[in-house]
Design a protein around this ligand. Structure first.
Ligand code: GAL
Length: 413
């Protein structure tokens, strides 16, 4: 440093009082679609406004599989990012493997325990300590429809899978692609879990995809689930393979397909394109009872360096800020994780989500999404998804599928 700047710097320090590290953060996440990028930008802006320096580390790929691979590579190379989008039992898995920064002070100073539903708070703790900060609650079991197509064909949003099939056949006969789908493992898994919930009901879902009960996995109900998956396979277009979820959403927006089965991050895309619920598109829960939740959150690795540690504490605080939770979730399609944020400015789908979540926590039908990493650890979840995808992309029978499912789960335990 030149003498002059040394002098300038030391004067600045003298004027500012004790030396404060400037918070920095490198944030690894998978929010790269239009609405996802808009949402994470809210956090980035607030972080910068508080004097932080943000280094963005986006890893494209819906559902986060690619991001999780990138994370593992970074950690193995001894170069863990400051903050990472991480959720469900993966939080505790990483905690056991590498440790995670304790954010208990921020959580206590800001009363997280009082403003978070217990169910969500539990996911954010490692051995009783706060180790992750939640941003939202996404509902996974939604079906989205193109309003104009549905009106033209006299179709209501289906309330049973039979109605769904009847609507799909009617559309198909009229030359309309019934279902916009992207053939990626996690998207297959997303449809699968909504069918498990819809056909089996909440108790069956719990037994099969949370408790991994072998009887449930090989039951007749599970065979019917695979039958329905085979039927659904007949409703997607020829180019579905590998398509990103947001491109599938765009098909519904543009009238290239009638429906999409996807969590309410799809609503983020409709809204970002200027479409209105009830006018341009319609939301309805997938046929059946229950609420499959998917809570996005961030966790922080234990790193040296005061700037990084300050960055982590600041991020944790901002993420749980009521204003942030409102703005972020208006963009993201989800509802706030905090239970004290007014939903007046949110749309009807979001209000419906909040009501269904409240009801679900009373009647026991609020359940963790397996497809989005909320229900199971990585190994069994991956084993299930492999079978679901193999079945969807072949002519495997439902009998073989349930057997493979039970075997794969047993091997992964
Ligand atoms: C989910 C994630 C959502 C969403 C989606 C598509 O797993 O929780 O926030 O963005 O993936 O990338």
């Amino acid at each position: 440093m030149h003498m002059k700047s040394v002098l300038a710097a030391s004067t600045a320090v003298m004027l500012a009082g004790p030396v404060m590290a400037e918070p920095t953060a490198e944030v690894l996440h998978w929010w790269t679609s239009g609405s996802e990028a808009q949402s994470i930008a809210v956090l980035q802006e607030q972080f910068k406004a508080e004097g932080g320096t943000w280094t963005d580390m986006p890893v494209a790929g819906g559902g986060g599989d690619a991001a999780m691979t990138a994370l593992r590579a970074r950690v193995l190379a001894g170069n863990a990012p400051t903050a990472v989008q991480l959720k469900g039992p993966a939080i505790q898995e990483w905690y056991e493997e590498t440790g995670l920064a304790d954010i208990g002070t921020v959580a206590e100073e800001n009363n997280w325990a009082e403003v978070l539903p217990d169910r969500i708070a539990e996911h954010m703790k490692c051995e009783g300590q706060w180790c992750a900060a939640p941003v939202n609650v996404h509902r996974v079991n939604w079906i989205w429809g193109n309003k104009q197509i549905l009106d033209e064909h006299g179709i209501e949003m289906p309330t049973t899978w039979e109605e769904f099939n009847a609507a799909a056949e009617k559309l198909q006969a009229a030359g309309v692609t019934p279902l916009a789908h992207g053939g990626q493992n996690w998207q297959d898994a997303t449809i699968f879990e909504t069918v498990v919930l819809g056909l089996g009901g909440p108790e069956f879902y719990q037994k099969a995809l949370v408790d991994l009960d072998p009887e449930a996995l090989t039951s007749d109900t599970m065979k019917q689930v695979f039958d329905q998956m085979r039927t659904i396979r007949g409703y997607v277009d020829d180019n579905f393979s590998g398509r990103d979820w947001n491109l599938a959403t765009a098909m519904v927006m543009n009238g290239e397909a009638a429906f999409q089965i996807m969590g309410d991050w799809a609503k983020g895309e409709f809204l970002a394109a200027g479409q209105e619920p009830g006018v341009d598109f319609v939301c309805a829960p997938t046929p059946g009872e229950g609420f499959l939740y998917n809570v996005d959150s961030f966790a922080f690795f234990e790193l040296d360096g005061e700037e990084k540690q300050q960055g982590q504490q600041l991020l944790a605080k901002l993420i749980m800020g009521p204003e942030f939770q409102k703005t972020f979730n208006l963009n993201k399609g989800s509802i706030p994780a905090r239970n004290d944020v007014a939903l007046d400015d949110f749309d009807d789908c979001a209000k419906q989500s909040a009501e269904a979540m409240a009801q679900g926590s009373e009647d026991g039908s609020l359940l963790p999404s397996y497809a989005h990493g909320m229900a199971l650890r990585g190994a069994p979840a991956g084993a299930i998804t492999d079978v679901v995808t193999a079945h969807f992309n072949s002519d495997m029978s439902s009998e073989d599928a349930v057997q493979q499912l039970a075997d794969a789960v047993a091997n992964a335990m």
